[in-house]
Design a protein around this ligand. Structure first.
Ligand code: ADE
Length: 314
């Protein structure tokens, strides 16, 4: 029952549009390891004789939670590409290139973003030049605000907007990736399958990134486009701090319970203004962290405000 077929998750017509076979894929090295998935760099050989660099995502382990996440990501990516011409996603969302759905080989094939994650770039910049801001840093944020505007148009929530899930292409375009998480992965923490894999699952759950979550997500698991805007505010904070771990006092690696963190946020406590961050930029972050979701700016408003703070950029 665990190995639900991709075809059941993704509507049949769409699957055929994306399905390819492992014969066309050459796998290379492991480039990413997440809680539920792993990503391998590969080469896709198209029927037209082209070779394309791809990132091939598969499950990390063959358990229910990993498969659930995998199928969910496939379904969301297909939906995101559904109503665009020529099968192209919005330019700030990672491009789907194919799906492989064989018994022992299941892969989501995505465009390969050669600069890796924004978090990696931020931490690299931190090591190289200390306090200097990352070149293009807030322009990457503008890109992600545009991705959120597109998701809002499609009525899709991402659920895990964070620098680790933003990928940067060779030509410095930021793309939102990792659509597997969110609602039904975080919510069932307590009803994780009660099998002998439980200990393993528990270890995975320890890494649930609470400090990116809005107050209503922490309290009620209420994911909306406006809760993505909250997380986007934390992403701005990550850019301003060159990839520090967000935390609300105490030990940054402490993982407080959802409700304890929600109480902290209800008392009005927010991430502090990073030393290098302008007051105007901090105002944008703070507006994303409004207690009331409907008072937070829309992705469109965030984009406009960021552009106003970035002179000379269209
Ligand atoms: N790591 C995870 N996904 C990736 C992608 N699409 N490109 C490059 N690195 C990745």
């Amino acid at each position: 029952h665990v190995e639900a077929d991709l075809a059941e998750t993704v509507r049949p017509g769409w699957l055929s549009r994306w399905e390819t076979t492992s014969r066309h894929l050459t796998l290379g090295k492991l480039i990413g390891l997440g809680r539920f998935g792993q990503v391998i760099q590969g080469t896709l050989h198209t029927p037209g004789g082209e070779t394309i660099s791809v990132a091939a995502k598969s499950v990390r382990r063959k358990n229910a939670q990993c498969y659930r996440n995998f199928y969910r990501e496939a379904a969301i990516l297909v939906t995101v590409h559904e109503d665009e011409h020529h099968n192209n996603a919005h330019s700030n969302i990672i491009q789907l290139l194919g799906l492989i759905n064989e018994t022992s080989q299941k892969y989501i094939l995505m465009e390969y973003a050669s600069k890796g994650s924004l978090l990696r770039l931020l931490r690299h910049a931190q090591k190289q030049n200390g306090a200097a801001p990352l070149e293009h840093g807030f322009l990457y944020a503008v890109d992600i605000a545009r991705a959120l505007r597109e998701l809002q148009r499609l009525a899709i929530t991402h659920g895990d907007v964070a620098a680790r899930n933003v990928l940067i292409t060779a030509d410095h375009v930021a793309k939102l990736a990792d659509f597997g998480l969110g609602r039904d992965v975080y919510a069932p923490v307590k009803d994780v399958d009660d099998d002998d894999k439980n200990r393993e699952n528990m270890a995975e759950n320890e890494f649930i990134p609470l400090n990116w979550m809005s107050v209503e997500v922490l309290e009620r698991g209420e994911y909306t486009c406006q809760s993505d805007v909250w997380s986007f505010g934390v992403l701005l904070w990550e850019i301003a701090t060159l990839g520090q771990e967000p935390h609300y006092g105490g030990n940054p690696h402490d993982n407080p319970s959802c409700l304890r963190l929600a109480r902290t946020l209800r008392r009005g406590i927010r991430l502090r203004r990073p030393p290098e961050c302008s007051g105007e930029m901090y105002d944008v972050m703070m507006s994303c962290w409004h207690e009331n979701p409907s008072e937070r700016p829309s992705p469109d408003e965030v984009e406009t405000r960021l552009l106003r703070l970035t002179p000379g950029f269209e």
